[in-house]
Write a protein that binds this ligand. Structure first.
Ligand SMILES: Cc1cc2nc3c(=O)[nH]c(=O)nc-3n(C[C@H](O)[C@H](O)[C@H](O)COP(=O)(O)O)c2cc1C
Ligand code: SF4
Length: 1537
């Protein structure tokens, strides 16, 4: 049988069974409290409570996040609430306690051990209006917890049940609470749902006037009868069968508590006007007493255990007694001992089980009349008053005027820590003093400093995630940083909780500031005095004193002053030196949580701002954006930023480290420099403290993007300088907020006018606008159709990637041609309320995720699914579904095939809609894809609508293809220039989106924000990716600096070093596109032809160890790049033209005319990529490109002589489409260096003329060559080369050894140094842990050589002389850039960008691969493989940007969180891999990889690479050529039927 073994467990069980909501207060969200582990355990078992038979909601709250605030909303909606917490929350919760006392809430409080039980928090809040119950043993904890709930329910008032867990540490386990007892005590049968006040609007910090009341007339019955405390109509208590006190107990109960009883409260004036008969009166102390004693009487009947409000144990004729407010355990052990010493045998022990209300008369009645001496022991660490509160309670109870006895001698003691072994001695001491002629009051018994081995102290913990901001503060201010309320600081005599509180910190900072002020005065005086022996101290001191408040200057001068003083030797000098730290000006910070935001009027923020002191506050707000709407309305925070701005004297910044690192730095520096208070409100949203960085990032982005958390800085001191005080740093922000904030001088008036205006404004805005938009669109359509005849046909689609959408639009055209009044819309754009009034509706939906609705149909489906009252009996409908029967290959996943379409069809039918024709299913696996199923379905549809045989249908215009767009574009102009000027949207037109690619930029939208923006009725967060053209990936330091500046001025503060050796910027919004392009041009770089159907950036091995040879080859890459550059002037016209002068700026490169001699007006059928590898390095993956050149050097001179030419490599694939495959380049032969650009040109021209221009999926050179045959292709190239008298020679021998980079230092033949940095997945960014971007920028400022980007996304600092090296090494160390200690797998890995910017991504890649590798590293270590290189690559989709098909192990995104796994690639990039498993998720990936790695470590032969081993071991078949890629796969997708 289950047993209960700790009081926390007993209490957690009872709380869970007796509540609808349990607020579990924990010191940290990642660490369970004694209670929470049990609560979560019950909740995970979905156990129901006894009171409402529902599963209680467990709300977790941090100790310092104002936990009791969460209680109001559930209480007011009539739910039973309990709280489990340590007593450390009580003092800060006092404002709440007074109000919560009038609600039936139970607080179970475990008394803090600091380091021994301290009941001072309990006694401090004893007057807050709650009833207090105390339990000591494990059994009591269970019984009293239950009593507390019964009392709360029946009195309608708050109850605090407190206990010291250490007191019952040695108790054996007890049985579970008895169901019968619980039901009886909680009066389950009798209880009505707690009927709360509703509809009223409460102000949290004003008295909301609730008073628990009972009907005046009703009488109290005895224990077996029903009892009722019936609150007045507005504020009912949960139960209806009432008790009412007898009038005698009413008067007798008051006793001593007249003065002190906290519970009896007169009706507040607001409550006095109730009109509800019968008349009610407030609940009194005696009502509480009655309920409690009645509850215990029932308990005794059922389980035989008895309790009473004041408990006396001991002989009935005792003449001395001990009353303990605290834990009695040690004394009970002595007094209960059979061998009790004679002198202690006539001693009684008194405890107050019911501590509040304190009923004086009950006390007197509960103790034997024989008692003459009473010792009152209070276990509180500090006495704040001369007489302890319990002492005063007892004193007033014994007062004869209150009916007590005056003949008892009363002596107060303070109780410290008592070692069990000394308990007897302590008792003797107490009684000796008590019975002496002149007893001493206020003696302390036991050890004040606690046990030798302190009990574990529950500490407040800094949430891990919040470390980011601390790290930045440390980086910025280093030694100067002083955080006043930092956790873990040693503040003698102060509890960690108090020391961490901002109020404490504020006080200590003020003291610090005063201290330094005095020191500055002293220094000034000393400078004027004659007390120094030498002269310099005086001069330096006066200089220093002049700048003492200027951190920069004071701190620069401080070491000088100190050194002069140290040389002086006078007494004055040594005095100043004894305080030398004060010569430095600190950067002083207070750290607070968003709990500060709830009551600004009383909070630390207010105090600091109002003080005007030069103190910086960092306030971390951690509420996730996605929770803000669901959050408790009462918890809506005040906007600290606006509040502080309103003061006028305060520097204010709103920052978010996961949105803009640079802005955080800026704000902190400005805050530090500002003379006066500064408030930096910092966003760091998390649900749990161990949330992954990705989750925090995504939450931050949503909040910033949607204006919930705008980034701004407000610096009042700018006004003096004539600069704007307000800086808006958010890229996108709601217009209203911007306007609002701009009018900074009118801030107060505006706040008054829009009291609700705060960050939350966007919420209602979004949904209303969205509704309006839907209505408008539909009405406009209807107007359009008004003049038409024919039957109506409404087509609603849901589509993620456009198939279902274009099918629907074409269907609509065809419908119109057949005379139908046709309307076509996305499902989510359609007002659902109109659906029942339609006549004919066709639904076309594709399938997303795992059998899910596409984005633009999700809301529609949710509504249709949940709308119980939707009557569709008047409509006719049909569904066409698009899906892929093998998208999820496992048999059990068959249900996902076309699931949304099938679900919708079934639901419509259930709602009464009549089918026009049965559902049609389109399958990507059919010979013509979804078209196969569609043709048949469409024909049936026309028949059902009786328009099948319409004559004279017009010919359908063919769809616009990329080829059309190119022809129409006038050499790549299109309407790009006009589109850029349109400020009404962040997007450009679809055709221009294709054309801008040729200019090196394309449009993307932030996919982290898609759903949220859509819900708000906003267009997607469009921005642009810009890719530079950088042949061979070589940039100068100044170019690096300029690229860095572009990323922060125009982009998202990061740069991506791509797998094709160039810079890529993300997040460039439309308005910044031209400035960014111009900056790139100023850096003498260009973006032309970095994307699009042209020759792209030409790559070249980075070869750090051979400078001269590298330079030969690199020149060739530049030559080819320039030779194949498009000639159009459109680029210069659109991006670089000076708006004022109309002058076109020139980029570096050949002069241009509007004529494309190489490309012609339609350019190439598809992109075209050229790369050069220098053996033995295949770091550019020479086999993966349209043209791969293998550099051949002269054996005599060691210099470049020519190239082996490969053609027809390529990576792009479409999942499940076997007509697409990756391919390695085919060897055409050797060409001497001087002809190589011509050969590249001719290969490109053959592709230009023979590539497939109809099907873009089949347009790359690899397919042209396979369709034509390699030899035929070669002969066509040869034909074009003949006039130049060039022909292919036999390929020259070469040998590749690896395709990865050697991280670390290398020396070249000229003695120059090169360092290869490991840049994980090419992302150059700053984080709090690793300010890499700043570091590289600092290095670029001093570095005179080059920066070389590698094909593996790393970076080489090239050509560092021995003289320059030490400085570089220092900088590298400072910024942690010298780290080369990574696992072999990590060093050999790469990932494409994927989420959030790549529109084609199906799964995470760059943001996930590092995490996956971390999870594998343990296994690598176990198998001794940490240093072994395994080429592992990941991409978010099968387009293959990170060349996954050549990796030894690859993961290619299939759907969010699911990947296809490939094995068997060649270590040198020479062999393709093959599908091993499809659609697997992380746990499967880890399981498979762990098993494979363990086997490889055991079975591999000397130097055998992982990819080679997987083939030899028979795990995967070898792929020899691309066309074999789909053969013999380990898990054949189509065989999974
Ligand atoms: C990420 C992703 C997940 C998919 N999941 C499924 C699925 O679970 N079941 C299915 O039948 N088809 C699935 N498909 C196939 C698509 O529904 C199908 O390719 C369709 O033609 C896409 O249409 P759309 O462009 O309108 O979105 C999935 C496709 C993608 C890209
Ligand atoms: S591989 Fe796919 S997901 Fe990754 S960047 Fe390329 S297109 Fe995007």
């Amino acid at each position: 049988m289950s047993m209960v073994s700790s009081p926390a467990e007993a209490v957690a069980r009872v709380a869970y069974l007796s509540s609808d909501v349990v607020i579990s207060v924990q010191s940290s969200l990642s660490k369970d409290s004694d209670f929470s582990q049990h609560l979560h355990h019950f909740a995970s078992n979905r156990a129901k409570n006894h009171v409402s038979r529902s599963i209680p909601e467990i709300q977790t709250s941090r100790t310092n996040a104002d936990p009791l605030l969460s209680a109001y909303t559930p209480l007011r909606s009539g739910r039973l609430v309990s709280v489990t917490a340590s007593s450390s929350i009580l003092l800060t919760s006092i404002p709440h306690l007074y109000k919560l006392a009038e609600y039936p809430i139970v607080l179970h409080v475990s008394v803090q051990q600091t380091p021994y039980p301290d009941f001072s928090e309990i006694s401090s809040i004893r007057q807050c209006g709650f009833s207090f119950l105390h339990s000591e043993t494990l059994q009591e904890a269970q019984d009293i917890a239950l009593t507390a709930h019964a009392l709360a329910i029946r009195s309608g008032k708050g109850v605090i049940h407190y206990f010291d867990p250490s007191n019952s540490a040695t108790n054996g386990p007890i049985a579970l609470e008895k169901k019968q007892l619980v039901d009886n005590l909680l009066m389950i049968d009798a209880m009505q749902p707690f009927d709360a006040q509703s509809g009223d609007c409460f102000a949290l910090y004003a008295d909301d006037g609730r008073i628990a009341t009972i009907p005046e007339q009703e009488g109290i019955q005895s224990s077996s009868g029903t009892i009722s405390v019936k609150p007045k109509a507005q504020s009912q208590s949960p139960m209806r069968k009432d008790i009412a006190p007898s009038s005698s107990s009413e008067t007798s109960s008051v006793g001593s508590s007249r003065r002190e009883s906290s519970t009896s409260s007169g009706p507040a004036s607001s409550a006095a006007t109730t009109v509800d008969p019968p008349a009610t009166r407030p609940v009194t102390s005696s009502d509480i007493y009655k309920i409690v004693t009645d509850t215990w009487a029932r308990m005794k009947q059922i389980v035989g255990r008895s309790y009473s409000p004041i408990e006396y144990t001991g002989p009935q004729d005792a003449d001395s007694a001990l009353l303990i407010f605290g834990s009695t355990g040690v004394f009970v052990d002595v007094l209960d001992d059979d061998k009790i010493p004679e002198d202690l045998s006539r001693v009684g022990l008194i405890t107050a089980r019911l501590y509040r209300p304190w009923l004086g008369s009950t006390f007197v009645d509960s103790i034997p009349k024989s008692i003459k001496h009473l010792a009152v022991l209070e276990q509180v660490r500090r006495n704040t008053t001369k007489w302890g509160p319990t002492f005063l309670d007892v004193l007033s109870s014994l007062n004869p005027s209150a009916g007590g006895k005056s003949s008892i001698t009363l002596v107060g003691y303070r109780l410290g820590y008592i070692e069990p072994a000394t308990a007897r001695q302590a008792l003797r001491g107490i009684f000796q003093n008590l019975t002496s002629a002149a007893p001493i009051q206020g003696l302390c018994i036991g050890n004040e400093s606690g046990p030798d081995q302190p009990l574990p102290v529950v500490e407040v913990q800094q949430p891990q995630v919040e470390a980011a901001y601390f790290k930045i503060l440390n980086q910025l201010f280093g030694q100067r940083l002083h955080i006043a309320n930092q956790l873990g600081l040693n503040n003698a005599g102060i509890s960690p909780t108090i020391a961490a509180s901002p109020e404490y910190g504020f006080g200590s900072l003020l003291a610090r500031i005063e201290h330094r002020k005095r020191f500055v005065l002293e220094a000034q005086e000393a400078a004027r005095s004659q007390e120094f022996i030498t002269e310099p101290p005086r001069q330096w001191l006066s200089k220093w004193a002049l700048h003492a408040d200027d951190a920069q200057k004071a701190n620069d001068l401080a070491p000088e002053v100190i050194s002069r003083l140290s040389n002086d030797g006078s007494r004055a000098a040594s005095h100043l030196l004894s305080l030398k730290n004060l010569f430095f000006k600190e950067s002083q910070w207070l750290i607070g949580s968003d709990a500060w935001a709830y009551d600004l009027g009383n909070s630390g923020v207010h105090h600091v701002i109002a003080s005007g002191a030069d103190i910086n506050m960092l306030i971390i707000d951690s509420q996730p954006y996605s929770e803000r709407a669901a959050a408790d309305a009462e918890r809506r925070k005040k906007d600290i930023g606006l509040y502080a701005m309103n003061f006028g004297n305060t520097y204010v910044a709103s920052v978010a480290v996961y949105s803009s690192y640079t802005q955080v730095l800026q704000a902190m520096v400005e805050a530090d420099q500002f003379e006066g208070p500064s408030v930096v409100v910092a966003y760091l949203p998390y649900h749990k403290e161990d949330d992954s960085a990705l989750t925090v990032l995504q939450e931050t982005k949503k909040a910033v993007d949607l204006g919930y958390w705008p980034l701004y800085r407000w610096n009042p001191s700018n006004e003096v300088k004539g600069e704007p005080t307000f800086h808006l740093d958010s890229e996108r922000i709601k217009q209203e907020l911007e306007d609002f904030l701009r009018r900074d001088n009118q801030l107060t008036q505006l706040m008054n006018r829009f009291p609700n205006f705060s960050a939350n404004l966007s919420e209602s805005y979004g949904s209303e606008v969205r509704k309006l938009q839907k209505r408008k669109a539909k009405d406009a359509y209807e107007q359009l159709l008004e003049g038409l005849y024919g039957a109506p046909l409404t087509i609603l689609f849901a589509s993620d990637n456009g198939n279902a959408e274009s099918l629907s639009k074409r269907l609509a055209n065809r419908g119109r041609a057949r005379g139908l009044k046709t309307m076509v819309m996305a499902m989510d754009d359609y007002p659902l309320e109109d659906l029942g009034t339609e006549e004919n509706v066709v639904f076309v939906t594709s399938t997303a995720g795992q059998g899910e609705f596409p984005q633009n149909g999700r809301a529609f489906w949710d509504n249709v699914k949940n709308a119980g009252d939707l009557d569709l009996s008047a409509i006719h409908y049909s569904v066409f579904a698009l899906g892929d029967s093998h998208y999820w290959p496992r048999k059990e996943d068959k249900i996902y095939y076309n699931k949304p379409g099938k679900d919708l069809d079934a639901r419509l039918s259930l709602l009464g809609a009549k089918p026009l024709r049965p559902i049609g299913l389109g399958d990507d696996q059919d010979p013509d894809g979804y078209q196969t199923g569609y043709a048949d379905w469409e024909a049936g549809l026309w028949q059902a609508l009786s328009v099948a045989d319409v004559a004279g249908l017009p010919e359908e215009p063919p769809p616009v293809t990329n080829e059309d767009i190119k022809i129409e574009s006038n050499y790549l102009r299109g309407t790009i220039a006009q589109g850029l000027q349109d400020t009404s949207t962040g997007a450009i037109s679809a055709a221009d989106q294709q054309l801008t690619k040729f200019h090196g930029t394309y449009m993307q939208d932030d996919r982290d924000l898609r759903d949220e923006r859509k819900a708000q009725g906003l267009e997607p967060a469009y921005s642009f990716m810009i890719r530079c053209r950088l042949p061979g990936g070589v940039a100068t330091s100044s170019q690096w600096l300029q690229m860095d500046a572009i990323s922060s001025d125009h982009g998202n503060e990061t740069m991506k070093l791509t797998t094709r050796q160039t810079f890529q910027f993300h997040g460039v919004v439309k308005t910044k596109l031209r400035p960014a392009m111009q900056s790139i041009n100023k850096a003498l770089m260009t973006t032309i032809a970095a994307c699009g159907d042209v020759n792209r950036n030409v790559m070249c091995s980075s070869l750090p160890e051979k400078s001269a040879y590298h330079s030969d080859v690199h020149k060739v890459s530049q030559k080819i790049s320039n030779h194949l550059l498009p000639s159009t002037t459109a680029y210069h016209e659109i991006w670089l033209k000076d708006d004022k002068t109309g002058e076109k700026a020139q980029v570096a490169g050949p002069a241009v005319v509007d004529h494309e001699p190489l490309y012609g007006p339609t350019y190439l059928p598809r992109k075209f990529k050229i790369t050069i590898a220098i053996p033995p390095h295949n770091d550019t993956d020479v086999y993966a490109h349209d043209i791969g050149l293998i550099a051949i050097k002269s054996s005599e001179t060691g210099r470049l002589v020519g190239f082996n030419v490969l053609a027809g490599g390529g990576m792009g694939v479409t999942h499940n489409n076997k007509k697409t495959y990756p391919r390695t380049g085919w060897m055409m032969g050797y060409i001497p260096v001087e002809h190589i650009h011509i050969v590249c040109e001719k290969i490109m021209l053959v592709q230009r003329d023979h590539g497939d221009r109809k099907n873009r999926k089949h347009a790359r050179l690899k397919y042209t060559m396979d369709d034509m045959g390699n030899e035929v292709f070669k002969s066509k190239v040869q034909e074009l080369l003949r006039p130049h008298e060039i022909d292919f020679e036999e390929p020259r021998p070469f040998r590749f050894e690896s395709n990865i980079d050697a991280i670390g230092w290398q020396k070249d033949e000229k003695g120059m140094n090169h360092f290869t940095f490991f840049i994980e997945n090419g992302r150059v960014e700053d984080t709090a842990d690793f300010p890499m971007r700043t570091g590289l920028k600092e290095i670029a400022k001093v570095h005179t050589g080059e920066f070389r980007l590698t094909g593996n996304q790393h970076l080489i600092l090239s050509n560092v002389s021995d003289e320059a090296k030490p400085q570089i090494v220092d900088l590298m160390k400072k910024y942690k850039l010298d780290n080369t200690q990574f696992s072999g797998m990590r060093l050999s890995s790469s990932a494409c960008v994927a989420f959030p910017t790549c529109g084609l991504a199906m799964a995470e890649s760059e943001r996930y691969l590092p995490e996956l590798i971390t999870k594998l590293e343990g296994c690598l270590e176990e198998n001794g493989l940490s240093q072994d290189s395994i080429v592992m690559r990941m991409t978010g989709c099968p387009n293959g940007c990170a060349r996954p098909w050549l990796a030894e192990a690859a993961f290619v995104g299939k759907a969010y969180g699911a990947y296809n796994m490939y094995l068997g690639g060649g270590y040198h990039g020479q062999r393709l891999n093959k599908l091993y498993r499809s659609s697997i998720k992380e746990d499967e990936i880890l399981e498979i990889m762990r098993a494979l790695l363990a086997r490889w470590s055991r079975e591999r032969q000397a130097d055998e690479h992982f990819g080679d081993w997987t083939i030899r071991a028979g795990i995967i078949k070898e792929t020899r050529v691309g066309s074999e890629f789909h053969d013999d796969v380990a898990e054949d997708e189509s065989d999974a039927e």
